[in-house]
Write a protein of this length. Structure first.
Length: 299
Protein backbone atom coordinates (compact mmCIF):
# COMPACT_ATOMS: atom_id res chain seq x y z
CA UNK A 1 0.00 0.00 0.00
CA UNK A 2 2.79 2.41 0.91
CA UNK A 3 4.02 2.77 -2.63
CA UNK A 4 0.55 3.69 -3.86
CA UNK A 5 0.36 6.44 -1.25
CA UNK A 6 3.62 7.85 -2.54
CA UNK A 7 2.20 7.87 -6.06
CA UNK A 8 -0.99 9.57 -4.79
CA UNK A 9 1.01 12.35 -3.14
CA UNK A 10 3.04 12.88 -6.31
CA UNK A 11 -0.13 12.93 -8.45
CA UNK A 12 -1.78 15.46 -6.12
CA UNK A 13 1.12 17.85 -6.50
CA UNK A 14 1.20 17.53 -10.26
CA UNK A 15 -2.60 17.81 -10.59
CA UNK A 16 -2.32 20.93 -8.45
CA UNK A 17 -0.35 22.38 -11.37
CA UNK A 18 2.84 22.46 -9.36
CA UNK A 19 5.74 21.94 -11.71
CA UNK A 20 8.64 21.22 -9.43
CA UNK A 21 11.46 23.23 -10.96
CA UNK A 22 12.22 24.59 -7.49
CA UNK A 23 15.95 24.20 -6.80
CA UNK A 24 16.38 26.92 -4.19
CA UNK A 25 18.52 25.91 -1.22
CA UNK A 26 19.78 22.63 -2.72
CA UNK A 27 23.55 22.62 -2.72
CA UNK A 28 24.98 22.02 -6.21
CA UNK A 29 28.48 20.74 -6.93
CA UNK A 30 29.89 21.28 -10.42
CA UNK A 31 33.13 19.69 -11.58
CA UNK A 32 34.86 21.61 -14.36
CA UNK A 33 32.84 24.52 -12.99
CA UNK A 34 35.44 27.17 -13.80
CA UNK A 35 34.79 27.26 -17.56
CA UNK A 36 32.37 26.59 -20.39
CA UNK A 37 29.36 24.37 -19.70
CA UNK A 38 30.31 23.87 -16.04
CA UNK A 39 30.48 27.60 -15.39
CA UNK A 40 27.09 28.10 -17.08
CA UNK A 41 25.59 25.36 -14.87
CA UNK A 42 27.10 26.96 -11.77
CA UNK A 43 25.80 30.38 -12.74
CA UNK A 44 22.25 29.39 -13.73
CA UNK A 45 21.96 27.04 -10.73
CA UNK A 46 23.22 29.81 -8.45
CA UNK A 47 20.72 32.28 -9.90
CA UNK A 48 17.98 29.76 -9.03
CA UNK A 49 19.10 30.01 -5.40
CA UNK A 50 21.31 26.93 -5.23
CA UNK A 51 24.45 27.30 -3.10
CA UNK A 52 27.20 26.38 -5.59
CA UNK A 53 30.44 24.45 -5.11
CA UNK A 54 32.89 24.86 -8.00
CA UNK A 55 35.49 22.09 -8.29
CA UNK A 56 38.12 22.52 -10.99
CA UNK A 57 41.77 21.68 -11.64
CA UNK A 58 42.70 25.23 -12.66
CA UNK A 59 43.44 27.44 -9.67
CA UNK A 60 43.20 30.88 -11.27
CA UNK A 61 40.10 30.04 -13.28
CA UNK A 62 38.41 28.63 -10.16
CA UNK A 63 39.16 31.78 -8.19
CA UNK A 64 37.91 33.95 -11.06
CA UNK A 65 34.71 31.89 -11.37
CA UNK A 66 33.96 32.10 -7.64
CA UNK A 67 34.63 35.84 -7.72
CA UNK A 68 32.32 36.37 -10.72
CA UNK A 69 29.54 34.20 -9.26
CA UNK A 70 29.67 35.99 -5.91
CA UNK A 71 29.50 39.31 -7.75
CA UNK A 72 26.10 38.15 -9.06
CA UNK A 73 24.92 37.47 -5.50
CA UNK A 74 25.41 33.71 -5.69
CA UNK A 75 26.39 31.80 -2.54
CA UNK A 76 29.47 30.02 -3.76
CA UNK A 77 32.71 28.26 -2.77
CA UNK A 78 35.52 26.84 -4.85
CA UNK A 79 38.05 24.06 -4.42
CA UNK A 80 40.97 23.22 -6.69
CA UNK A 81 41.07 19.48 -7.34
CA UNK A 82 41.96 17.07 -10.11
CA UNK A 83 38.80 14.96 -10.37
CA UNK A 84 40.98 11.84 -10.53
CA UNK A 85 42.29 12.43 -7.00
CA UNK A 86 40.31 9.90 -4.93
CA UNK A 87 41.71 10.94 -1.55
CA UNK A 88 41.44 14.62 -2.32
CA UNK A 89 37.71 14.16 -2.93
CA UNK A 90 36.84 13.36 0.68
CA UNK A 91 38.81 16.32 1.99
CA UNK A 92 37.31 18.61 -0.66
CA UNK A 93 33.77 17.51 0.15
CA UNK A 94 34.33 17.98 3.87
CA UNK A 95 35.40 21.59 3.29
CA UNK A 96 32.63 22.40 0.80
CA UNK A 97 29.84 20.79 2.80
CA UNK A 98 30.99 22.55 5.96
CA UNK A 99 30.48 25.86 4.14
CA UNK A 100 27.50 25.12 1.87
CA UNK A 101 25.64 22.19 3.44
CA UNK A 102 25.14 18.65 2.14
CA UNK A 103 25.48 18.34 -1.63
CA UNK A 104 22.12 17.32 -3.12
CA UNK A 105 22.85 17.94 -6.79
CA UNK A 106 25.93 17.33 -8.92
CA UNK A 107 26.90 17.98 -12.52
CA UNK A 108 30.09 16.33 -13.77
CA UNK A 109 31.46 18.61 -16.49
CA UNK A 110 35.24 18.20 -16.14
CA UNK A 111 36.48 16.88 -19.45
CA UNK A 112 39.27 17.17 -22.00
CA UNK A 113 39.76 16.33 -25.66
CA UNK A 114 43.01 15.25 -27.37
CA UNK A 115 42.25 14.49 -31.04
CA UNK A 116 44.93 12.32 -32.70
CA UNK A 117 44.81 9.72 -35.49
CA UNK A 118 44.20 6.31 -33.89
CA UNK A 119 47.15 4.60 -35.57
CA UNK A 120 49.63 7.05 -34.05
CA UNK A 121 47.76 8.03 -30.90
CA UNK A 122 50.20 8.36 -28.01
CA UNK A 123 49.63 6.43 -24.80
CA UNK A 124 49.59 9.81 -23.11
CA UNK A 125 46.71 11.08 -25.27
CA UNK A 126 44.73 7.89 -24.62
CA UNK A 127 45.48 7.70 -20.88
CA UNK A 128 44.90 11.37 -20.12
CA UNK A 129 41.48 11.47 -21.81
CA UNK A 130 40.46 8.18 -20.16
CA UNK A 131 41.78 9.52 -16.87
CA UNK A 132 39.78 12.75 -16.78
CA UNK A 133 36.64 11.92 -18.77
CA UNK A 134 35.89 8.47 -17.40
CA UNK A 135 38.03 7.58 -14.36
CA UNK A 136 37.80 11.14 -13.01
CA UNK A 137 34.05 11.24 -13.58
CA UNK A 138 33.63 7.91 -11.79
CA UNK A 139 35.74 9.04 -8.85
CA UNK A 140 33.75 12.29 -8.59
CA UNK A 141 30.44 10.46 -8.65
CA UNK A 142 31.67 7.76 -6.26
CA UNK A 143 32.60 10.43 -3.72
CA UNK A 144 29.59 12.72 -4.11
CA UNK A 145 27.06 10.00 -4.92
CA UNK A 146 28.32 7.93 -2.01
CA UNK A 147 27.24 10.69 0.37
CA UNK A 148 23.90 11.02 -1.43
CA UNK A 149 23.31 7.28 -1.09
CA UNK A 150 24.06 7.46 2.64
CA UNK A 151 21.57 10.36 2.95
CA UNK A 152 19.10 8.63 0.64
CA UNK A 153 18.58 11.32 -1.95
CA UNK A 154 20.16 13.34 -4.72
CA UNK A 155 20.40 13.90 -8.43
CA UNK A 156 23.49 13.58 -10.61
CA UNK A 157 24.04 14.65 -14.20
CA UNK A 158 27.08 13.47 -16.18
CA UNK A 159 28.11 15.40 -19.27
CA UNK A 160 28.57 12.99 -22.16
CA UNK A 161 28.64 14.18 -25.80
CA UNK A 162 27.17 13.32 -29.16
CA UNK A 163 30.45 11.35 -29.32
CA UNK A 164 28.66 9.01 -26.90
CA UNK A 165 26.00 8.25 -29.51
CA UNK A 166 28.28 7.77 -32.51
CA UNK A 167 31.98 7.65 -33.32
CA UNK A 168 34.18 10.49 -34.52
CA UNK A 169 37.34 10.12 -36.63
CA UNK A 170 40.45 11.28 -34.79
CA UNK A 171 38.74 10.94 -31.44
CA UNK A 172 38.93 7.25 -30.57
CA UNK A 173 39.96 8.16 -27.03
CA UNK A 174 37.26 10.81 -26.55
CA UNK A 175 34.47 8.75 -28.16
CA UNK A 176 35.37 5.70 -26.07
CA UNK A 177 35.20 7.72 -22.84
CA UNK A 178 31.89 9.34 -23.75
CA UNK A 179 30.30 5.99 -24.62
CA UNK A 180 31.61 4.91 -21.22
CA UNK A 181 29.83 7.85 -19.57
CA UNK A 182 26.50 6.54 -20.87
CA UNK A 183 27.24 3.05 -19.52
CA UNK A 184 28.29 4.45 -16.16
CA UNK A 185 25.12 6.55 -15.99
CA UNK A 186 22.91 3.54 -16.68
CA UNK A 187 24.69 1.26 -14.22
CA UNK A 188 24.56 3.81 -11.38
CA UNK A 189 20.90 4.67 -12.06
CA UNK A 190 20.11 1.01 -11.49
CA UNK A 191 22.42 0.60 -8.51
CA UNK A 192 21.27 3.73 -6.64
CA UNK A 193 17.60 4.06 -7.66
CA UNK A 194 16.31 2.47 -4.43
CA UNK A 195 18.36 4.96 -2.41
CA UNK A 196 16.57 7.87 -4.09
CA UNK A 197 19.54 8.94 -6.20
CA UNK A 198 18.80 9.66 -9.86
CA UNK A 199 21.65 9.55 -12.38
CA UNK A 200 21.31 10.92 -15.91
CA UNK A 201 23.52 12.17 -18.73
CA UNK A 202 23.33 15.08 -21.13
CA UNK A 203 24.91 14.65 -24.56
CA UNK A 204 25.81 18.10 -25.91
CA UNK A 205 26.32 18.63 -29.61
CA UNK A 206 28.59 21.49 -30.60
CA UNK A 207 28.78 24.10 -27.85
CA UNK A 208 30.65 27.38 -28.10
CA UNK A 209 33.09 27.07 -25.17
CA UNK A 210 36.84 27.54 -24.70
CA UNK A 211 37.25 23.77 -25.32
CA UNK A 212 35.60 24.08 -28.74
CA UNK A 213 37.63 27.15 -29.65
CA UNK A 214 40.85 25.33 -28.70
CA UNK A 215 39.99 22.15 -30.58
CA UNK A 216 38.19 23.51 -33.63
CA UNK A 217 39.83 26.89 -34.21
CA UNK A 218 39.47 26.96 -38.00
CA UNK A 219 36.54 28.96 -39.34
CA UNK A 220 35.88 26.71 -42.32
CA UNK A 221 35.66 23.61 -40.10
CA UNK A 222 33.29 25.41 -37.75
CA UNK A 223 31.11 26.30 -40.76
CA UNK A 224 31.11 22.69 -41.93
CA UNK A 225 30.05 21.57 -38.45
CA UNK A 226 27.24 24.12 -38.20
CA UNK A 227 26.08 23.05 -41.64
CA UNK A 228 25.29 19.59 -40.30
CA UNK A 229 23.15 20.82 -37.41
CA UNK A 230 19.42 20.88 -38.28
CA UNK A 231 18.89 23.98 -36.12
CA UNK A 232 21.70 25.63 -38.10
CA UNK A 233 23.84 26.93 -35.25
CA UNK A 234 26.06 25.95 -32.35
CA UNK A 235 24.67 25.80 -28.82
CA UNK A 236 25.53 28.28 -26.12
CA UNK A 237 26.60 26.74 -22.81
CA UNK A 238 23.44 28.00 -21.07
CA UNK A 239 21.30 25.77 -23.32
CA UNK A 240 23.16 22.76 -21.91
CA UNK A 241 22.88 24.13 -18.38
CA UNK A 242 19.10 24.51 -18.59
CA UNK A 243 18.64 20.83 -19.41
CA UNK A 244 21.00 19.91 -16.55
CA UNK A 245 18.90 22.00 -14.15
CA UNK A 246 15.71 20.31 -15.37
CA UNK A 247 17.28 16.91 -14.67
CA UNK A 248 18.39 18.06 -11.21
CA UNK A 249 14.91 19.31 -10.34
CA UNK A 250 11.86 17.37 -9.20
CA UNK A 251 10.28 18.12 -12.58
CA UNK A 252 12.44 15.16 -13.68
CA UNK A 253 11.49 13.06 -10.66
CA UNK A 254 10.82 9.97 -12.81
CA UNK A 255 13.83 10.37 -15.12
CA UNK A 256 16.82 8.18 -14.32
CA UNK A 257 19.40 6.34 -16.43
CA UNK A 258 18.59 8.54 -19.44
CA UNK A 259 20.98 10.23 -21.84
CA UNK A 260 19.41 13.32 -23.39
CA UNK A 261 20.96 14.68 -26.58
CA UNK A 262 21.07 18.49 -26.53
CA UNK A 263 22.44 18.82 -30.03
CA UNK A 264 20.08 20.87 -32.18
CA UNK A 265 19.01 17.67 -33.93
CA UNK A 266 22.55 16.65 -34.97
CA UNK A 267 22.02 12.98 -34.09
CA UNK A 268 18.35 12.82 -35.09
CA UNK A 269 19.05 10.98 -38.32
CA UNK A 270 21.82 9.60 -40.49
CA UNK A 271 21.03 11.61 -43.61
CA UNK A 272 22.51 15.02 -43.20
CA UNK A 273 23.71 18.10 -45.01
CA UNK A 274 27.03 19.06 -46.50
CA UNK A 275 28.11 22.42 -47.93
CA UNK A 276 24.58 23.72 -47.67
CA UNK A 277 23.14 20.82 -49.65
CA UNK A 278 20.42 18.71 -48.10
CA UNK A 279 21.54 15.14 -48.64
CA UNK A 280 18.35 13.72 -47.18
CA UNK A 281 14.86 13.05 -48.40
CA UNK A 282 13.98 16.68 -49.18
CA UNK A 283 16.68 16.81 -51.85
CA UNK A 284 15.58 13.51 -53.31
CA UNK A 285 11.92 14.52 -53.25
CA UNK A 286 12.75 17.75 -55.07
CA UNK A 287 14.48 15.74 -57.80
CA UNK A 288 11.51 13.45 -58.13
CA UNK A 289 13.47 10.47 -56.86
CA UNK A 290 10.53 9.20 -54.86
CA UNK A 291 7.96 9.44 -57.64
CA UNK A 292 6.42 6.05 -58.14
CA UNK A 293 6.90 4.61 -61.65
CA UNK A 294 3.73 4.65 -63.70
CA UNK A 295 1.42 1.83 -62.81
CA UNK A 296 3.20 1.10 -59.54
CA UNK A 297 0.88 0.32 -56.67
CA UNK A 298 -1.94 -0.82 -58.97
CA UNK A 299 -2.71 -4.48 -58.96
N1 LIG B 1 32.16 22.23 -26.02
C1 LIG B 1 31.58 21.27 -26.68
O1 LIG B 1 31.27 21.41 -27.88
C2 LIG B 1 31.25 19.96 -26.00
C3 LIG B 1 30.49 19.04 -26.73
C4 LIG B 1 30.16 17.84 -26.13
C5 LIG B 1 30.58 17.56 -24.85
N2 LIG B 1 31.35 18.46 -24.16
C6 LIG B 1 31.76 18.10 -22.82
O2 LIG B 1 31.33 19.08 -21.91
C7 LIG B 1 32.22 19.11 -20.79
C8 LIG B 1 32.66 20.55 -20.54
O3 LIG B 1 33.36 20.99 -21.70
P1 LIG B 1 33.57 22.54 -22.05
O4 LIG B 1 33.38 22.66 -23.50
O5 LIG B 1 32.78 23.37 -21.12
O6 LIG B 1 35.13 22.64 -21.75
P2 LIG B 1 36.04 23.74 -21.01
O7 LIG B 1 37.44 23.41 -21.37
O8 LIG B 1 35.52 25.12 -21.28
O9 LIG B 1 35.80 23.41 -19.46
C9 LIG B 1 36.25 22.21 -18.91
C10 LIG B 1 36.68 22.48 -17.48
O10 LIG B 1 37.09 21.22 -16.92
C11 LIG B 1 38.24 21.45 -16.13
N3 LIG B 1 39.03 20.23 -16.02
C12 LIG B 1 39.73 19.60 -16.98
N4 LIG B 1 40.37 18.55 -16.47
C13 LIG B 1 40.07 18.51 -15.15
C14 LIG B 1 40.44 17.65 -14.08
N5 LIG B 1 41.28 16.62 -14.26
N6 LIG B 1 39.95 17.89 -12.86
C15 LIG B 1 39.12 18.96 -12.64
N7 LIG B 1 38.75 19.81 -13.61
C16 LIG B 1 39.23 19.58 -14.86
C17 LIG B 1 39.01 22.53 -16.90
O11 LIG B 1 39.94 23.18 -16.05
C18 LIG B 1 37.88 23.42 -17.38
O12 LIG B 1 37.62 24.46 -16.45
C19 LIG B 1 33.36 18.14 -21.12
O13 LIG B 1 33.11 16.91 -20.49
C20 LIG B 1 33.25 17.99 -22.63
O14 LIG B 1 33.75 16.75 -23.05
C21 LIG B 1 31.69 19.67 -24.72
Amino acid sequence: MAFLQVIDQRAERIQGNIVDFELKGRTLLVTGGASGIGLAVARLGGLQGMPVAVVDAQKEATEAAVHALRAEGITCAGQVLDVQDSQGWQRTLDVLEEELGPVRAMVGCAGISRPEPAESMSDEAWDSVMGVNLTGLFRSIRAVGGRMVARRGGSIVAIASTNALGGHAGRANYSATKHGVVGLTRALAIEWGRQGVRVNAVAPGVVDTPLLRRNVPADHIQHAMVDRVPLGRFSVAEEQAQVCLFLLSDAASYVSGATIPVDGGLTAGYFTRWNGADLGSNALLARGAYQAPEGAGQI
